[in-house]
Every structure is written in structure tokens, then in C-alpha cells.
Design a binder for this molecule. Structure first.
Ligand code: SAH
Length: 279
């Protein structure tokens, strides 16, 4: 790719770029990410980064697998941060490549703070988060004028790996018409149960998008009451985004990948009864 005319930054030796790789489809990388990959001496990457994306690094670039998956204990995290510091202090151009956006449930903030503590210069390159871009590939917008003016992003894993107890599920159920859940598969029954218990309707639509934006992408549409059972029955595998809310109905009109495969789309997927008066 010819990126010379864009005045993209030079990757200085001894610095770290904290880069979001997006949800999987290499086309969703930013130009800053590609520019960084073309210059990096070392790439430290996570489990969710596709090999086609790593292939954009220079052939002589050192590729280091950080191998962290959500919910693992923090000593591993400290090791990764220290590794970034060591590589940078050795004068390398270090690209830390994370799935989605580095600052969305990605511990990018922790790694950046370790760099600050060690006096290592860094740059942050945002990426498309799975909870937004992954849902867009499934034809589900996270906001829509007729359904919601707010959306909440929630992790299904707390610090200790359990459903986040610190969350006020009553407030969430009442105040957030759309809830987008990351890392929620393991605890989906408890999460759906909490939302139901605090007043969300049993028939509220839920979509599960597995391997979003990748060729292996699988989408399951279900309801809050049935989702845990349906996910198990369908054998859905992580990584997955789960979205709860009326926006899921828009998929009947906006499933653009389905359109390409011959699906007939409904231009009025919410129907007159569900459309808010606009004007
Ligand atoms: N920083 C990432 C999230 C890291 S947490 C981001 O912004 O997207 C890891 C979780 O992200 C996974 O458990 C899953 O819930 C979600 N995820 C990441 N990539 C995904 C993909 N391609 N499809 C579905 N979910 C994905």
C-alpha cells in the first residue's frame, strides 16, 4: 500500500505504539496501524489478532505472542508490560497489537501506564472495537434514532473472572436500552437472569455474533429468556459479542452481508408500532 503522501508518522526507535487491530477483517485496520506494521522491529500480539494482519509486518520483524486471554491473572499482564519496556529500551520500534480497540476492555491503559512509569515514549492508535464494528457486520447499529439514544458496553468478566459484581444491574436494566456485552459467553445465563430480574422483557431480542467480521462469522438471533439455552444448543464459540435490545430487530433491514447472499431486506424492520414519532 502506498501511504507516503499522507504524512504518516515515523516510528521512532525506542518507542512503543499501542495499536488496535480491529475485530478481525484486515480491511478494518487504520492507516496508522498499517504504517506502524511496515516500520516495526517487534510486534507483540494477542490471541485475537488474525495472521493476515501480522503478515503486514516486515519479514524481518520479530513476532512475539503475548498469549493473553481475558480473565487470566495479572502477573502475566505485568510480564507483558515489562517486555514492552525492555524491547523499547533496547532501541526497538515496538508495536503492541491488540484486538479491537486497545482502550476497550483491552488493558491498553495498564500497559501505557507501565510505559509512562518506565519513561518510554508511546503513541496510541485506536481500532474498531468488536462491540461496534462487529455488530455493524451483522447489520446491527449500536444506536438508532427510533430505538435508543444510549448504549452501554459491559464486560462479562470481572477482575477475578466472574460476572462483574460491581455493576448495578438494576440501573443498567432500567437505564440502558441497548447493552453490548464482551466476554459474556461463560456467564450469559447469569447476565440474562440479572437483566430479566430487573425488569427487561423475556421476549427482548438478543443477537450473538461470533468471530465477527471474519469468514467464520456466525450470528444467532434469540431472546433474553432463551439466549443461554440457544447459545449452548447452537454450539457458539468465542470470541463473541452479545447485544441486548430493540436494535437487533434492525438486522432484518440492515443485514448487508445477507443482501449480498440474496436475502431480501425489510425497509421497515421495526414496523409502525415500534417506530418513535420523529420530526
Ligand atoms: N479490545 C477489544 C476487546 C478485547 S476483550 C475490542 O475493542 O474489541 C475480548 C473480547 O472482545 C472477546 O471475548 C469478545 O467478546 C470480543 N471480541 C473481540 N473480537 C471479536 C470478534 N471478532 N468477534 C466477536 N467478538 C469479539
Amino acid at each position: 500500500m502506498e501511504t507516503d503522501d499522507l504524512s504518516l508518522p515515523i516510528f521512532e526507535a525506542g518507542s512503543v505504539w499501542l495499536v488496535g487491530a480491529g475485530p478481525g477483517d484486515p480491511g478494518l485496520l487504520t492507516l496508522h496501524a498499517v504504517n506502524g506494521l511496515q516500520q516495526a522491529d517487534a510486534v507483540v500480539y494477542d490471541a485475537l489478532v488474525a495472521s493476515a494482519i501480522l503478515d503486514l509486518a516486515r519479514p524481518d520483524c520479530e513476532r512475539i505472542f503475548a498469549g493473553k486471554r481475558g480473565g487470566k491473572p495479572s502477573p502475566v499482564q505485568a510480564d507483558i508490560s515489562q517486555r514492552l519496556v525492555r524491547l523499547a529500551k533496547a532501541g526497538k520500534r515496538v508495536l503492541r497489537l491488540k484486538g479491537g480497540d486497545p482502550f476497550v476492555f483491552g488493558r491498553g491503559g495498564e500497559e501505557a501506564l507501565a510505559l509512562v512509569a518506565a519513561g518510554v515514549p508511546f503513541r496510541v492508535i485506536p481500532g474498531i472495537s468488536a462491540g461496534i464494528g462487529g455488530l455493524a457486520y451483522a447489520g446491527i447499529p449500536v444506536t438508532h434514532r427510533d430505538t435508543n439514544s444510549a448504549v452501554t458496553f459491559v464486560t462479562g468478566h470481572g477482575v477475578g473472572g466472574a460476572v462483574p459484581d460491581g455493576l448495578d444491574w438494576a440501573a443498567l436494566a432500567k437505564g440502558s436500552p441497548v447493552v453490548v456485552l464482551y466476554m459474556a459467553l461463560k456467564h450469559i445465563a447469569a447476565i440474562a437472569g440479572a437483566l430479566l430480574q430487573h425488569g427487561r422483557p423475556a421476549e427482548e431480542p438478543v443477537a450473538v455474533v461470533s468471530q465477527a467480521t471474519l469468514p467464520e462469522q456466525v450470528i444467532l438471533e434469540t431472546t433474553l429468556a432463551r439466549c443461554a439455552e440457544d447459545i449452548a444448543a447452537a454450539g457458539i464459540e468465542p470470541p463473541c459479542i452479545v447485544v441486548v435490545g430493540e436494535v437487533v430487530r434492525l438486522r432484518a433491514g440492515l443485514d448487508w452481508q445477507g443482501l449480498a447472499a440474496g436475502r431480501v431486506l425489510d425497509p421497515d424492520p421495526l414496523g409502525p408500532s415500534r417506530r418513535r414519532e420523529t420530526g
